[in-house]
Write a protein that binds this ligand. Structure first.
Ligand SMILES: [Zn+2]
Ligand SMILES: [Zn+2]
Length: 295
C-alpha cells in the first residue's frame, strides 16, 4: 500500500516551516499501518511561488462575493516557501525515509503551461492533478458557508458537468501524473442522479492522458461519506486499465493512512493487484499488498 497524497499543514495554518521530524512522524505512522511509501503532496497554492505566478486567477469569476472569498482564501494560503518544502523532503529522502517529493496542483484554466514551467524547476517525483474549484467557487469547501450556499442555487447536474470538463482540460494539459480524488464534486453530498456519463468522461480523460487515478479515503471524512472514486467509477477505471494510487489526503498526522484497511478491501474487491508509484515523474508498478494494511 501507498499513501500518495499527504499535506503537512491543515488549511488555515500558516507559515510553519516543514521539518525532518515532521516528515519522519508521517513515515512512522504510515509504516505502522503497512504503508511502504508515502508521497508528500502539499498544495501548490500554499506557496509564495504560486502567488507570484497565479494571483488574480479568480478575476474572471462573475460573482463578486465568490471573487472576494477566493481572494481571501488565497491570501490565507499562498505564503510558504516552496524551496524550503522541497529541501525538507529531499533531506528526508536522503536520510532514507520512505518518502517521495510530490505536489498537489490545481487546474488553472489557460495557465497550465506557466504552471508546468514553474514546476519543471523542481525535482518532483509525482504531481497530483486536482479540481477544487469551478471559476472561483470552492465547491468542496464544506466549512465555508458561502461556498456551500451555492449548492442550493446552482443546478447539481451542471456543477458535475463543469467539474468534469475541468478535469478533462487538466488531463489534456499533460501537467500532472495522477487524478487526485477523481469524483471530488460529490464531497459536499450533492449527487448527480445519473453520474455514468461523467464517470465515462473521467475515465476517458485518464486513458487519453496516461494519468493514474487515486483511490482515497478522504471522502469518508466529508458529507458525501464515500471513498473516491465511487464503486461504479472505480470499476470503470479498472476495466480500462487505468493505473491506481492509494491515498488518505491527510492534512494532519492522525489522518495519515486513514482507513487504510478499508482501502485495501476496496482494492481486493475490485481485483487490483498493483499500484502505481513514481520516481522523478517516471511511473512504475508496485504490489498492492493489500494484506499489509492489516498487520
Ligand atoms: Zn485535493
Ligand atoms: Zn489534498
Amino acid at each position: 500500500m501507498l499513501d500518495y497524497h499527504l499535506h503537512l499543514w491543515p488549511h488555515g495554518q500558516r507559515d510553519r516551516a516543514p521539518t525532518l521530524d515532521h516528515v519522519a512522524d508521517y513515515c512512522e505512522r504510515a509504516g505502522a499501518a503497512g504503508i511502504t511509501e508515502i508521497a508528500l503532496t502539499e498544495h501548490l497554492f500554499r506557496f509564495a511561488q504560486a502567488d507570484a505566478l497565479l494571483r488574480g486567477f479568480w478575476e474572471d469569476e462573475p460573482d463578486a462575493a465568490l471573487r472576494a472569498s477566493m481572494a481571501g482564501y488565497w491570501d490565507d494560503h499562498a505564503r510558504a516557501d516552496m524551496d524550503a518544502y522541497v529541501a525538507c523532503v529531499l533531506e528526508a529522502k536522503a536520510a532514507g525515509l520512505p518518502v517521495v517529493l510530490g505536489l498537489e496542483v490545481d487546474y488553472y484554466r489557460g495557465r497550465m503551461d506557466e504552471v508546468a514551467s514553474l514546476l519543471a524547476g523542481y525535482p518532483f517525483d509525482v504531481l497530483l492533478g486536482s479540481v477544487h474549484w469551478i471559476g472561483a467557487w470552492r465547491f468542496d469547501d464544506v466549512d465555508d458557508d458561502l461556498s456551500m450556499a451555492q449548492w442550493s442555487t446552482r443546478d447539481v447536474d451542471a456543477a458535475w458537468d463543469d467539474y468534469t470538463e475541468a478535469i478533462e482540460e487538466l488531463a489534456a494539459s499533460g501537467t500532472c501524473d495522477v487524478l487526485a480524488h477523481p469524483d471530488l464534486v460529490k464531497a459536499a453530498g450533492f449527487r448527480r442522479a445519473a453520474p455514468e456519463e461523467c464517470w465515462d468522461r473521467l475515465v476517458e480523460a485518464a486513458v487519453g492522458s496516461g494519468m493514474a487515478a487515486e483511490v482515497s479515503s478522504a471522502g469518508w471524512r466529508k458529507p458525501g461519506a464515500e471513498a473516491y472514486p465511487a464503486p461504479g467509477l472505480l470499476a470503470r477505471f479498472v476495466d480500462h486499465g487505468v493505473p491506481l494510487t492509494t491515498a488518505s489526503d491527510a492534512h494532519r498526522l492522525p489522518d495519515v493512512a486513514y482507513r487504510a484497511p478499508d482501502i485495501a478491501d476496496i482494492l481486493s474487491g475490485a481485483g487490483v493487484q498493483t499500484l502505481r508509484a513514481y520516481r522523478g515523474r517516471r511511473p512504475f508498478d508496485v504490489p498492492a499488498a493489500a494484506e499489509a494494511a492489516r498487520r
